[in-house]
Design a protein around this ligand. Structure first.
Ligand code: PEP
Length: 249
């Protein structure tokens, strides 16, 4: 059985006190579920969030990290820094990191290796741009993103990886992939993993969908057989919406 996951990417939102109140509310309203619930506040609030959630099943993830152990990388955060405050999961490859901060597949491959060497779990994001979909290149774009950053890993490394398919045209736009489009791509991704590794590896990887998931569309998207949950941006900033999405799984 693959793990079902609902993860909230808070991006550059919520001050320290706002983080504390949202986590208090989420903890109080969290439904009983076997799905994993993860929140990714901004770096400066990670330690406090971990402390606040120390007895909770709600997990805390970082939104990014550097590939180097340590050193002269002003403004960056290392894997050891995250682990030291109890953060063991990191989102890598988000389209905003790729688009605004020049993160390439090659750079991401390095980050992935560092995180795995440190036994961290990765939520690896990827997805095509609108032009790729319009021109019918979406499958090849997605396949090359996976190939360049992940497909030279050993099969055993995949136990540390969660995939998040996030079509760029659906992120923060209110436009969502239809449940059928999500299922079609998730099945394609699973087959690509099976072709490069084996069926058991492909069937064990949780593949999340991300891109304008809201309470009113979550259930339809999550009902698809190859969709194992969601990476939620905007709707994760509101307790009621995020809880409704968690309930949908
Ligand atoms: C995201 O940023 O990962 C995301 C899916 O955002 P939104 O839900 O706001 O589209």
């Amino acid at each position: 059985m693959r793990t079902k996951i609902v993860a909230g990417n808070w991006k550059m939102n919520k001050t320290h006190s706002e983080t504390e109140s949202l986590l208090t509310e989420l903890s109080a309203k969290r439904p009983d579920t076997t799905a994993e619930i993860i929140v990714a506040p901004t770096f400066v609030n990670l330690a406090a969030a971990r402390e606040q959630l120390s007895d909770s099943i709600i997990q805390v993830a970082a939104q990014n990290m550097h590939f180097a152990e340590n050193g002269a990388y002003t403004g960056e955060i290392s894997a050891d820094m995250l682990l030291d405050i109890g953060v063991e999961t990191v989102i890598l490859g988000h389209s905003e990191r790729r688009a605004h901060f020049g993160e390439t597949d090659d750079l991401l491959a390095k980050k992935v290796k560092t995180a795995l060497n440190k036994n961290m779990r990765i939520i690896f994001c990827f997805g095509e741009e609108l032009e790729d979909r319009k021109s019918g290149n979406h499958f090849s774009v997605v396949e090359s993103q996976l190939k360049n950053a992940l497909f030279d890993l050993a099969a055993t490394a995949w136990k540390g990886i969660v995939l998040a398919y996030e079509p760029v045209w659906a992120i923060g736009t209110g436009e969502t992939a239809s449940p059928e489009q999500a299922q079609e791509m998730h099945a394609f991704i699973r087959k690509a993993i099976a072709d490069n590794y084996d069926g058991a590896t492909a069937n064990s990887v949780s593949i999340l969908y991300g891109g304008s998931v809201k309470p009113n569309n979550a259930e339809d998207i999550f009902s698809k057989p190859d969709v194992d949950g969601g990476l939620i941006g905007g709707a994760s900033l509101n307790c009621g919406d995020f809880i409704a999405i968690v309930k949908a799984i």
